[in-house]
Design a protein around this ligand. Structure first.
Ligand code: UDP
Length: 325
């Protein structure tokens, strides 16, 4: 059985769907601070916090867990700057508790949800895994610390881990069962689609004077279904012995904020107000993955390489979500 922490969140819930489709048995754990109970498609669900060691202990006692996929974490960069304490406790101490419970129960396989935020401002593009790690926010620092903890534990206690560094997760389950739902929403694509839907007055572009072709930031948008697939592959390769390493997960192609807005207008067929605004502190001008290692070693190949197709899945989900609310 596979324990998925953060299983009610955006990427966690899509990964559970992928695991179930492959026939894995799954138990999800989530404190539901930001996740949605109805997104958990597996039968076994435990509402618990990683800071609650007794609750964790009960989960490992009750279920025959062989591997862990660990998503549970706070993920908002801005919030981490304002309130780092929540980040160091939830992300770092939470992971230490999880690892203690794993060790106590002889569970030695973990796939870890990391982030391109471990790199900080890129020195080269696309970014390879051995790029210098200078995270700019407490959020990015916690992701790097957790990778380092996993590396130390792999040497000292012989646990096996794979860290997956996501670039910009986007899109939703093409079958429309689950999708992206953050409250408040801070991510570019859902914000632009909310403006297209008419529930947001305008979109503000955070910075139009970057050293990029159109002056706006460039990001590598990777479909959440492709991310989910990478977790299944990472788990399977880890079991074959390919462990204790990190992979970038991105398409390798960047799109600017303006390109995203234009693509959203095209996909939705709707127009909306766009306002040029100042830079958002901490945003690197461009973040694009070099995904060669994941392709070569995991046999991973992103299916969604077309930005408009990615946006279409997000748009279909948003219309469903808001028609329900
Ligand atoms: N962005 C923007 N307006 C918004 C939200 C985001 O211009 O309302 C920009 C943001 O500055 C960044 C890019 O879109 O350059 C992607 O931001 P997002 O928060 O989606 O992801 P991040 O790259 O921070 O992980």
């Amino acid at each position: 059985m596979i324990l998925v922490t953060g299983g009610a969140g955006y990427i966690g819930s899509h990964t559970i769907k992928a695991l179930l489709e492959r026939g894995y048995r799954v138990v999800a754990l989530d404190n539901l601070s930001v996740g949605h109970r109805e997104f958990v498609l597996c039968e076994d669900f435990v509402q618990a916090d990683l800071l609650d060691r007794a609750a964790l202990e009960r989960v490992f006692e009750k279920y025959p867990i062989r591997s862990v996929i660990h998503f549970a974490a706070r993920t908002a960069v801005g919030e981490s700057v304002e309130n780092p304490e929540i980040y160091y406790y939830n992300n770092v101490v939470g992971t230490l508790n999880l690892l203690s419970a794993m060790r106590a129960h002889g569970v030695d396989e973990i796939v870890f949800s990391s982030s391109a935020a471990v790199y900080g401002d890129p020195e080269v593009l696309p970014i390879p895994e051995d790029h210098p790690k200078r995270p700019k926010s407490p959020y990015g620092k916690t992701k790097l610390m957790m990778e380092e903890i996993l590396s130390d534990y792999s040497h000292a206690y012989r646990i096996k881990y794979v860290a997956l560094r996501y670039f910009n997760a986007a899109g939703s389950d093409p079958e429309g069962e689950i999708g992206e739902w953050h409250d408040p929403e801070t991510h570019l694509i859902p914000i632009v689609l909310e403006a297209a839907y008419g529930i947001r007055d305008h979109v503000e572009i955070f910075g139009t004077d970057y050293p990029t072709p159109d002056g706006t930031c460039i990001r590598d948008f990777i479909h959440v279904v492709d991310l989910a697939e990478a977790h299944v592959l990472a788990l399977e390769k880890m079991r074959e012995g390919k462990a204790n390493t990190a992979y970038n997960l991105g398409t390798g192609v960047g799109h600017s904020v303006r390109e995203v807005i234009e693509a959203c207008k095209k996909v939705t067929g709707r127009d909306f107000k766009v306002v040029d605004g100042p830079r958002r502190p901490g945003d690197p001008p461009a973040l694009v993955a070099d995904p060669t290692k994941a392709k070569r070693e995991l046999g991973w190949e992103p299916r969604y390489t077309d930005l408009e197709e990615i946006i279409s899945t997000a748009w279909a989900w948003m219309r469903k979500l808001y028609s329900r609310r």
